[in-house]
Design a binder for this molecule. Structure first.
Ligand code: FAD
Length: 499
């Protein structure tokens, strides 16, 4: 029996891999298992949203990801003999506070591979062909039976993280209901194909196609992702000849030729949300906790951000912070998923009802405005532009030593960051007491004379201290009484300070 794990991660999709990267860089003792032979071969989640790009910047994945990406092309709506160009998402210019403003198009096999490469570089690795068969929580930890190439093994871990997808074994073992519905009559063929006769500069869409909907999206490596929603009366056949025939019909004999099919599957829109994200020492995240339609490109992004929200909290509690910190995971993340379920269902319905309106994406999908205001770690409302519980925006700064930089580079890593602006706040930070265990505290000291842009972005005047959580959200903004502000907050976020 292996009995000294901090966390056993079940599932090496984007959710499990994100948590693995975060926990390994925190120095935790983890294993990550997946029952598949190797990484998932399909392109399915191809939209990586701006907020996820910020998470990937922090985890050291972004440069690799950008190399495998493009920005989204214009849509080309094929209506009869006409092809109407249509902008699905406006192009945004990078600004001081939002350095990665545009959704990137990256096939999921590449996003997963980037995360795996990062995990390997950090010293971790995925154990493939290893399945979780059962798990029980005895209140102090979780005993799991896993079955890998060397046969069954019993593992004991302080926490177990279920990132094992929509039909999660972990969720079943924990007895957490998955509330919602599956429409068995609604079917979509999703495939990665090479096509002749189609330009790579448009996301080609054939809307309202006699009850069908078809989209062929060019991927950065020359393939197209086919999404073909069938009529309710049709059965989903995945033989190459059947897919070719359906494509010809949906494209109204526009001369398309499917040259190769790399991967194909049938997708049924499930819309479900786990009743709880935590049962004792077992946690759910990603598709194991919420599933919805692919419209809006939110699933992978929401899973990655679930993991990113929980990673530092697990690290802190293992280091001695109050257990209640872990309850904030469900309180912060479940409402986000509930909202995503509504958003993606409305967009999906629009594909056939209102194709032009449904082919528009706005701020909500980019996930930059997502916040944890009013949650257990951000109870105090204020009338500032940026508040406790909000994403801490990027900003340029010059510190008291004359060093210039970007806040995002100072946030990067597993630590908390205290941004002290102005003489009084800088002096207050000099006497800061922070626990030796768990995530450390880095301080950025900025004189008021060099803080104008930052003050404008954060909506503050005069001296202030901003405590930023390891996941880039604001723990508090103080304008005086520095010591008690930090003490009051650190109490719930970090281990006790021992003399
Ligand atoms: C057609 C389509 C298009 C999509 N487009 C987008 C998009 O543009 N943007 C977006 O954000 N999302 C999109 N999604 C959704 C996205 O693909 C999923 O939300 C995402 O893959 C979820 O990641 P995950 O890591 O939570 O789960 P998964 O990727 O499902 O990974 C779960 C892993 O757990 C493993 N596993 C399962 N059971 C066990 C077990 N008992 N033991 C060990 N391992 C196990 C599996 O092998 C798998 O590798 C799309 C989905 C589809 C189908």
């Amino acid at each position: 029996m292996t009995d000294n794990l901090d966390v056993l991660i079940v599932g090496a999709g984007p959710t499990g891999l994100t948590l693995a990267c975060d926990l390994v860089r925190r120095g935790l003792n983890i294993r990550i298992i997946d029952h598949a032979e190797t990484g998932f071969p399909g392109s399915r989640a191809k939209g990586v949203q701006p907020r996820t790009l910020e998470v990937f910047h922090d985890l050291g994945v972004l440069d690799d990801l950008v190399e495998h990406s493009t920005t989204y092309p214009l849509l080309g709506l094929h209506i009869g003999p006409l092809t109407i160009p249509w902008t699905m998402m406006g192009r945004h210019r990078a600004t001081e506070d939002v350095p990665y403003p545009n959704t990137l198009l990256v096939p999921q096999y590449d996003t997963d591979a980037c995360l795996r490469r990062r995990l390997d570089a950090l010293g971790g690795h995925v154990e493939y062909r290893t399945r979780l068969t059962s798990c029980t929580d005895d209140g102090t930890g979780v005993t799991a039976v896993i079955d890998g190439p060397n046969g069954p093994e019993t593992v004991h871990a302080r926490f177990l993280f279920g990132a094992d997808g929509g039909s999660s074994r972990v969720r079943q073992q924990a007895g957490i209901p998955f509330v919602g519905e599956t429409d068995e009559s609604d079917k979509m063929i999703v495939a990665d194909v090479l096509v002749d006769g189609l330009g790579p500069n448009r996301w080609h869409i054939w809307p309202r196609n006699g009850g069908r909907f078809m989209a062929l999206c060019p991927l950065p490596d020359g393939k197209f992702q086919l999404m073909l929603r069938l009529k309710h009366s049709e059965s989903a056949e995945l033989e190459p000849g059947a897919i070719e025939r359906l494509v010809q019909q949906a494209a109204e004999n526009a001369g398309l030729q499917i040259r190769k099919i790399y991967w194909s599957s049938v997708f049924r829109p499930n819309v479900r949300l786990a009743e709880h994200y935590r049962s004792g020492n077992i946690f759910l995240a990603g598709d194991a906790a919420h599933v919805h339609t692919p419209a809006g490109a939110q699933g992978l992004n929401t899973g990655v951000q679930d993991a990113y929200n929980l990673g530092w909290k697990l690290g802190q509690v293992i280091a001695g912070a109050p257990e209640a910190l872990l309850d904030s995971y469900e309180a912060e993340r479940r409402p986000v998923a509930a909202r995503v379920l509504g958003l993606s269902s409305a967009l999906y319905q629009g594909l056939t009802d209102r194709p032009l309106a449904a082919a528009k994406r706005g701020d909500e999908e980019r996930q930059l405005l997502l916040n944890y205001r009013g949650g257990p770690l951000a109870a105090e409302p204020s009338d500032r532009a940026v508040q406790t519980g909000d994403r801490a925006p990027d900003a340029k700064y010059r510190d008291i030593d004359g060093q210039s930089g970007r806040l995002f580079d100072r946030f990067r890593g597993p630590h908390f960051t205290l941004v002290a602006i102005g003489d009084a706040a800088i002096a207050g930070a000099a006497t800061t007491d922070w626990p030796a265990g768990g995530a450390s505290l880095h301080t950025v000291r900025i004189p008021t004379s060099a803080a104008r842009g930052l003050q404008r972005i954060y909506g503050i005047e005069g001296p202030a201290q901003i405590l930023v959580r390891p996941d880039g959200y604001i723990a508090y903004i103080a304008t005086g009484d520095w010591e008690s502000a930090l003490k009051a907050r650190a109490h719930g976020l970090a281990p006790r300070i021992t003399a």
